[in-house]
Design a protein around this ligand. Structure first.
Ligand code: ADP
Ligand code: 5SP
Length: 498
């Protein structure tokens, strides 16, 4: 047995990696799917489309594999976090999944705060009530679609539904459960107190497992469809950011990750759950046993750039669209962008804020705008970084991952804006690689995830901050930070027109 598969169920696509015993990528497949956005603030996907695209992707992966299917020992998963998949008693989805970047649940967040109490919620879950998390979505369905809620027998998260469909076994791992706002981070069990206080039946919560634990084998239907064998071991996997941390070697204190996918995150390893960030950043279980991580989230990071590209040049491939941005100077010739197109999480938990371009003039070209979008996304991530620095973390090296690393110039911009060395690994697919590492560790190939990381992960390139650009960006960052307060009220007044 010499290969494992990592499946990353992202927001824009499912990405599948076939990985050998040295961490080499033997085959790679990506299958996209759309977002369903019926209203401003709504964001949904059809869970069965995830399954269909994953099965089709696995079939292609097996066809591309340099080894027979019997040599593929295990498979594991990384998944977009927080998305609510409600299942009936026959385990069929009752409605579309409500995703992490759906912000319809402001009222339910207020209700949770009122009923549980903000301090008690923080004491139990280490996190505040935010629209993106799963519990407010459960309460939204209970309140707005009671006839569906009555039929609900269980809830799961996106990759858990996918894993269930491949194996017939239902489970949720701790790293993803932490993002539901229902996990007691101290006892590592579902919080009966929160369930009772907000009126959610604890029986809806699925069994909890560790990310590296085996949760069955592929069933005959999935094996038949994909060409894999029924002996393929299936491991639980984790939240995409937990897997991204594993797949980027963020496995010891002091290590920091920047991920630019649809969302953007700045994530830092924590060996204990005892630190106090007062809920300013998320605090979740890691996919590595017994560990934790803290992170700040930009809701629309890569998504802002995709949005901008889709408005102006939907037919142009990304690589071509961003060509020429390297000729634009620091500050985009006076154009500034805030990436709040889906509202924001860190540091401004605000579902109503929206993005801005400030400083437009006649001379601005499409490249100026693209450059400003990249800068605005990176400034937003710097705001999370500064929270960590303000809490005493010394961050001088950051591993960068996600689709955003496909552009060399953007990686240099990250180094200059973050004022830190930015490291790009050989594979930009941190979450998929992390999932493959969980399968490799689960199969017993390595004693620990750290030793797996030593074997699997290699640095491709390091980007060093340039002093002159760092200083210019420091000043611009101050202007960027002023935009939120100055556009907050304007955006509240525009809500009625959305
Ligand atoms: N060539 C490129 N240059 C810069 N950014 C890119 C490029 N290709 C893709 N991206 C960015 O990567 C994002 C997708 O990243 P990915 O990690 O695949 O997302 P997710 O896992 O959230 O679906 C896109 O939204 C886009 O902004
Ligand atoms: O909501 C969060 C983290 O709290 C997001 O990071 C999602 O987990 C989606 O990730 P991508 O699809 O952008 O990778």
């Amino acid at each position: 047995m010499n290969h494992v598969i990592g499946v990353d169920l992202g927001t824009s696509a499912v990405k599948l990696l076939l990985v050998d015993r040295t961490g080499g990528i033997a085959a790679e497949v990506s299958k996209p799917y759309p977002l369903i956005q019926e209203k401003s603030g709504y964001s949904e996907q059809d869970p069965d489309v995830w399954v269909e695209q994953t099965l089709a992707g696995l079939e292609e992966l097996v066809q591309q594999a340099p080894c027979p299917p019997e040599e593929i020992e295990g498979i594991s998963f990384s998944g977009q976090m927080h998305g609510l998949v409600l299942l009936d008693d026959e385990r069929n989805p009752l409605r579309n999944a409500i995703l992490w970047n759906d912000t319809r649940t402001t009222k339910q967040c207020h209700d949770i705060n009122r009923l549980v109490g903000e301090e008690q919620l923080l004491a139990i879950t280490k996190n505040p009530a935010l629209e993106g998390f799963t519990l407010p979505k459960i309460l939204w369905v209970k309140e707005n679609e009671p006839e569906l809620y009555e039929k609900a027998a269980t809830f799961v998260l996106p990759k858990d539904y996918l894993r269930y469909r491949l194996t017939g076994e239902l489970a949720m791992d701790y790293s993803d459960a932490a993002g539901t706002l229902l996990l007691d981070l101290v006892s590592n069990q579902w919080s009966e107190e929160i369930c009772e206080t907000v009126g959610v039946d604890p029986a809806l919560c699925p069994p909890l497992v560790g990310s590296h634990e085996q949760t069955g084998h592929l069933d005959s239907v999935s094996a038949g469809r994909t060409g894999l064998t029924m002996n393929t071991k299936v491991f639980a996997g984790g939240a995409d950011n937990a897997c991204g941390a594993i797949g980027s070697g963020i496995l010891t204190d002091g290590k920091t990750l920047c991920s630019i996918g649809t969302s953007g995150v700045i994530l830092s390893y924590e060996s204990s759950r005892d630190k106090d960030f007062a809920g300013k950043v998320h605090y979740f279980n890691h996919g590595a046993p017994g560990a934790y991580y803290t992170m700040g989230v930009t809701l629309a990071a890569g998504d802002s750039l995709s949005w901008y590209k889709n408005v102006h040049a939907p037919e142009v491939p990304f690589e071509q669209f961003v060509q020429g941005v390297e000729e634009i100077p620091v500050g985009s010739n006076g154009l500034l962008f805030t990436p709040y197109i889906s509202g924001e999480r860190t540091p401004h938990a605000d579902a109503n804020i929206r993005g801005s371009f400030i400083g437009m003039n006649h001379s601005h070209t499409r490249n100026d705008f693209t450059h400003a979008v990249m800068e605005g996304i990176t400034f937003s991530l710097k705001e999370s970084l500064e929270i960590f620095r303000a809490h005493g973390k010394k961050i001088d090296t950051i591993v960068s991952t996600g689709g955003g690393t496909k552009n060399d110039y953007w990686l240099q911009m990250q180094a200059d804006i973050f004022n830190a060395e930015v490291v790009k690994l050989s594979s930009e697919q941190g979450p998929g690689m992390g999932a493959a590492m969980l399968a490799a560790y689960g199969c017993g190939w390595f004693q620990s995830l750290e030793s797996c990381a030593d074997e699997f992960l290699t640095v491709d390139k390091t980007y060093v901050p340039g002093q002159e650009r760092v200083e210019k960006y420091e000043v611009l960052f101050g202007i960027y930070q002023d935009v939120y307060e100055q556009t907050k009220d304007l955006n509240e007044r525009l809500v009625a027109y959305r």
